[in-house]
Design a protein around this ligand. Structure first.
Ligand SMILES: [Zn+2]
Length: 176
């Protein structure tokens, strides 16, 4: 599988829901299996046509065509799973947080503070200026503590990746 592909898309197994939401936060299109039953407007994408990465911890073999798109994760720990993906798929180049609804995967729309005003606490209205809304579930997003925590988590992952890459470079330098 080409690991330098632009704008990677994902399909997460139902046991990887938290990971799927992390990917959405980072701006990546990620369907989560099982969610379509709770969300009337969503259905599973045609994975083979779209070249989505299928994320799973299952060891079960899949049909060959699907197998080629499957990333089998080892860890049960969320941050380690994020690292596993980032090691296999180029995420940094297309990392755009604050652009996708973590709940339903829809791209977010920018809205004015006035449009957000009646739907958010007063304190939030007075503290933040940049608001986005999901056109599907209507949830409103702003860059508050939750956003910063998620962003920090991804930054840590990308720092880890840089370290890994440096190690690989050192090793190949020495091996010469
Ligand atoms: Zn939504």
């Amino acid at each position: 599988m080409n690991s330098t592909k632009k704008n990677p898309k994902f399909l997460a197994a139902s046991h990887l829901g938290s990971l799927g939401r992390q990917l959405r936060f980072a701006g990546f299109d990620c369907y989560i299996i099982g969610e379509e039953s709770t969300k009337p407007n969503s259905s599973l994408p045609p994975i083979e046509e779209e070249e989505r990465y299928f994320l799973t911890r299952s060891r079960r073999p899949f049909p060959e065509k699907l197998e080629k798109q499957t990333l089998r994760l080892q860890s049960t720990n969320l941050e380690e799973q994020m690292l596993e993906i980032a090691l296999n798929v180029e995420l940094r180049e297309t990392f755009v947080p604050f652009t996708r609804c973590t709940l339903c995967n829809a791209p977010l729309k920018k809205i004015s503070s006035d449009e957000a005003k009646n739907h958010i606490p007063d304190q939030i209205f007075h503290t933040y200026r940049d608001f986005r809304q999901c056109p599907n579930c209507r949830r409103i997003y702003w860059k508050g503590d939750h956003f910063n925590r998620m962003l920090k988590r991804w930054k840590k992952i990308f720092e880890e990746i840089s370290k890994e890459k440096e190690c690989q470079l050192d090793f190949s330098e020495k091996a010469r």
